[in-house]
Design a protein around this ligand. Structure first.
Ligand code: PMV
Length: 342
């Protein structure tokens, strides 16, 4: 239930939240409704822990516009998306105040590291708190989805499934947790192969794919089976089964997108070398598999005992600039206001 926005002790409508990126193991690619950001397929992801977005939102009574700073800089294109997202919250709270938003990532933005997922999950979480909206996690997931599809999943921690949903209004296209991070604490090494922002964003890529790729209907038709296989693998903590289905879904999504016109090629040479390296490690008996999103970074998911060997092997691949290391983490949560300045 909504209540009147109430100022905090300092007289402000102010809150801060942190959310982490998630990486899809069974990929989302394609929309059944672009305006509501409804996916053509369901997806399954893992939420990370040591990469984060922290977002501070302050609604200012009487202010006409939003002022948005991302990593200390104003960014007009992102500011439009932030305003569209805050509008959904303002509508729910029946207020029309502009907000000051400051957001920081501790990892490269917009290069296939799901910065929009953690960014919009943190924005919805902080904005809802600042306005005193008491939203369930499912309601936050629906709102985050409308701002950036995969953000629906970053509201939750651990292993998460985002349902395709059947309803036209999208209220059933919501994420829910499948398994807690601690129940199967896999590790992820992220090989950074480029720090440049990607050239074709995921929404444009998905639109082009749906319109021109001859594989679109096969992609949609085979997704339910992949989701079911991945769900069972996660619930049984069956690493080999999860490895098989995750690499399959990743390569299938990229093949689908490569067959668009003009073709979408998100990888560089180092991405491909990393894929071979991960498969060679697995052949030697190391529990590790790869996945790649709409960008050139490769994520290698492994059992905890394998992480040092996986990182060393990826660091050794020519073209790899850096290797980050993270476990699985929690969903969006409140932060002390002022934490961004710290
Ligand atoms: O939600 P978006 O627009 O950031 O699209 C995400 C698309 C992929 O990362 C490639 C796949 C996924 O399920 O996250």
């Amino acid at each position: 239930m909504n209540r009147e926005p109430r100022a905090d002790e300092s007289g402000e409508f102010h809150a801060a939240s942190q959310a982490q990126p998630n990486i899809a193991l069974v990929k989302y690619w394609g929309k059944r409704d672009a305006a509501l950001n409804l996916p053509a397929v369901g997806s399954i992801s893992i939420t990370l822990d040591s990469l984060w977005t922290r977002t501070d939102v302050r609604f200012v009574p009487g202010q006409k516009h939003d002022r948005v700073s991302l990593n200390g800089r104003s960014d007009e294109a992102e500011a439009k998306r932030v305003t569209a997202c805050l509008d959904l919250l303002r509508q729910r709270a029946a207020v029309d105040w502009g907000a000051d938003v400051a957001s920081q990532n501790n990892f490269p933005t917009a290069a296939g590291l799901a910065s929009s997922a953690s960014g919009f999950a943190a924005l919805v979480h902080a904005g809802a708190q600042a306005l005193g909206l008491e939203l369930s996690l499912a309601e936050q997931s629906v709102l985050a989805r409308r701002c950036s599809g995969s953000a629906a999943r970053s509201i939750f921690g651990g292993y998460v499934e985002w349902a395709h949903g059947r309803l036209a209004d999208g209220t059933d296209s919501v994420a829910q947790p499948l398994l807690a991070a601690e129940a199967w604490p896999l590790r992820v090494a992220v090989a950074i192969t480029s720090k440049a922002a990607k050239q074709v964003g995921s929404s444009e890529g998905m639109r082009r794919t749906a319109q021109t790729s001859p594989y679109q209907s096969a992609w949609v038709d085979t997704q339910e089976a992949d989701l079911s296989t991945a769900r069972s693998a996660i619930l049984a903590r069956d690493f080999d089964a999860l490895a098989q289905i995750s690499e399959y879904s990743c390569l299938k999504m990229h093949a689908l997108a490569m067959a668009a016109q003009p073709g979408l090629l998100y990888w560089n040479g180092a991405t491909v070398e990393c894929m071979h390296r991960v498969r060679a490690l697995r052949q030697q008996g190391l529990p590790v598999f790869f996945t790649v999103d709409a960008g050139p970074q490769l994520k290698a998911v492994c059992e905890p005992a394998a992480i040092e060997q996986v990182k060393a092997a990826l660091r050794d691949v020519p073209g790899v600039l850096d290797v980050l290391d993270t476990g699985l983490g929690a969903g969006a949560r409140a932060m002390p206001v002022g934490a961004l300045e710290a």
